[in-house]
Ligand binder design. Structure first.
Ligand code: NOJ
Length: 549
């Protein structure tokens, strides 16, 4: 068993974590000042979202210079200090690496724009107009066409994301060499791994065919998701960088079937350590469409989780486990109750996640039950994806109030609110004006939560401790119990010697279920447990983890 299979990863979104210089944007020195807090939580790895030099159109996922730290976050010296301080505390650092695209401000793209003969031109994906139009009908994930016309070249470039983020041409060996060289530079700094942004999109079908639009998912992605050479490219990175440096790597793999996720993560294939996949957080995309008011059925959610558990395990793959990240609204607001049952909900989600097989991730703020931003005006948003989606909804004739309600439920801006450290106006995040301002004052903060009896933070600590010490949680097989149950999610992890049982009531009512004799309570989100005559009564949002004697 590898260490990262029983450790927990904590994701930091640096912009929103801790500001140290009063400019309203979180920074590296801020992170350093909070390392003791993270050590107390017990995590083993930190994933840092991008801090390279960037114009910030996509908060750092648009890299202008892979070799520099953006001044808003600090300097390279600060970064090296962070690395050393984290290592002193036995915490590993995983850097986010964006290899599908760059910023249009990147030197490579600036050169590429100069002429078709420029050696960097072929670092990107260009096509001539077809009948005066875009080369195909692919849609950008940030709305609109995935192509942008450049009059001086009479060509279009491909951008699967923001228009300022041109896609790289991985078919070009010279580009690949440049990338490997750059990855080595970071490896030589002594980092411990990479989170690879949208890595399953780097290899496009060379003919770039039109997609069918039979469903909202037939928007081009059939021709670039898990494309023809992606496994070769990743294996090459493994051989050259990940393997020799003993890296922990996690691939962001949206729209990826289990069979492919197995290929990326089965150690025999020497590609990635684990797969970050999204099917479970798309469970409330009505008709496959994200920008709708979604409702989910627990049985749909648990079926997805169970499929991934069983099939990844059977075929030697490895899951990354998560509910939240910087691209997701907060799960507590979406799948449970962030009001009356806020504490129980936060703990229930944590327990369900930590009981599964894979490496658990905590997104900053999960450990204090942070909830959605619930912005009421489009002007409060800065995220391009959300703003574009809003405009598209309005253009389609959707009522403004409904469009705002959809964003309140689905926008990723919800999880980008500054971290709440104390109860002051901006929660001790900054002494200046935060780059993203909360609309409501929320009375949950680290300071306050830590004073509460049986608090969420300590519940996470207990789960992290269990993960490190119970082999069943890492290695045990998974079996769902009562898959038709639409209120209580029950599953067990087992081997030939023992069993751990997790039961989680996703409703605000009592639920009584059968319970075999012979179990001890390992952890629960209420005090005590209500068992009688072979049944257990789970209170609203109650979750329990039991171990057989
Ligand atoms: C996934 C990242 O997590 C997201 O924040 C970003 O917008 C896209 N990739 C594009 O890099």
């Amino acid at each position: 068993m590898k260490d990262w299979q029983k450790e927990t990863v904590y994701q930091i979104y640096p912009r929103s974590f801790q500001d140290s210089n009063g400019d309203g944007i979180g920074d590296i020195n801020g992170i350093i000042s909070r390392l003791d807090y993270l050590q107390k939580l017990g995590i083993g790895l930190i994933w840092l979202t991008p801090m390279y030099r960037s114009p910030g159109n996509d908060n750092g996922y648009d890299i202008a210079d892979y070799y520099q730290i953006d001044p808003v976050f600090g300097t390279m010296d600060d970064f090296e200090e962070l690395l050393a301080e984290a290592h002193k505390r036995d915490i590993k650092i995983i850097m986010d690496m964006v290899l599908n695209h760059t910023s249009d401000k990147n030197h490579w793209f600036q050169e590429a724009l100069k002429s078709k003969d420029n050696p960097y031109h072929d670092f990107y994906i260009w096509r001539d107009p077809v009948d005066g139009h875009e080369p195909n009908n692919w849609v950008s994930k940030f709305s609109g066409s995935a192509w942008k016309y450049v009059p001086s070249l009479n060509q279009y470039y491909l951008h699967l994301y923001d228009v300022t983020m041109p896609d790289l041409n991985w078919r070009n060996e010279k580009l690949r060499d440049k990338i490997f060289q750059m990855l080595k530079y970071w490896a030589n700094k002594g980092i411990d791994g990479f989170r690879l942004d949208v890595i399953n999109n780097i290899s496009k079908d060379k003919n770039l065919p039109n997609d069918t639009f039979k469903t909202p998912l037939d928007d081009g992605r059939n021709f670039y998701t898990n494309g023809p050479h992606v496994h070769e490219y990743i294996h090459e990175m493994y051989e050259k960088i990940f393997g020799p440096n003993h890296f922990v790597t996690v691939g962001e793999l949206s729209s990826t079937p289990i069979s492919e996720a197995v290929k990326y993560t089965n150690p025999k294939r020497q590609e990635l350590s684990m797969a970050f996949t999204f099917h479970h957080v798309k469970v409330d995309y009505t008709g496959g469409n994200k920008w709708t008011l979604g409702h989910y059925k627990l049985t749909d959610l648990t079926k997805i989780l169970s499929d991934w558990q069983v099939k990844m395990n059977r075929q030697g793959g490895w899951n990354a486990l998560f509910w939240n990240n910087h691209d997701q609204p907060r799960a507590i607001s979406r799948f449970t109750d962030d009001g009356k049952y806020r504490d129980q909900s936060a703990k229930l989600l944590a327990m369900v996640e930590f009981g599964l097989q894979g490496t658990p991730y905590i997104y900053q703020g999960d450990e204090i039950a942070m909830k959605n931003a619930y912005f009421t005006d489009i002007n409060q948003y800065q995220d391009h994806e959300s703003i574009n989606a809003y405009n598209e909804l309005i253009n389609r004739g959707v009522d403004k109030r409904l469009a705002i309600e959809i964003l309140q439920q689905k926008s990723r801006e919800n999880s980008r609110l500054p971290m709440q450290w104390n109860d002051s106006k901006y929660y001790g995040f900054t002494t200046g004006q935060p780059w993203l301002k909360p609309e409501h004052h929320d009375d949950y903060s680290v300071e306050k939560v830590l004073k509460m009896k049986n608090n969420v933070f300590n519940f996470y600590r207990a789960l992290i401790f269990l993960r490190k010490n119970k082999v069943l949680l890492t290695d045990g097989a998974y079996r769902q119990l009562n898959p038709e149950d639409n209120c209580v999610y029950s599953y067990e992890r087992y081997d030939d010697k023992g069993k751990i049982l997790v039961m989680a009531n996703f409703t605000n009512e009592n639920q009584t279920r059968k319970l075999e004799n012979g179990f001890d309570l390992l952890l629960g989100n209420y005090e005590g447990i209500k068992v009688s005559d072979g049944t257990v009564t789970l209170r609203p949002y109650e979750s329990i983890m039991l171990k057989n004697k």
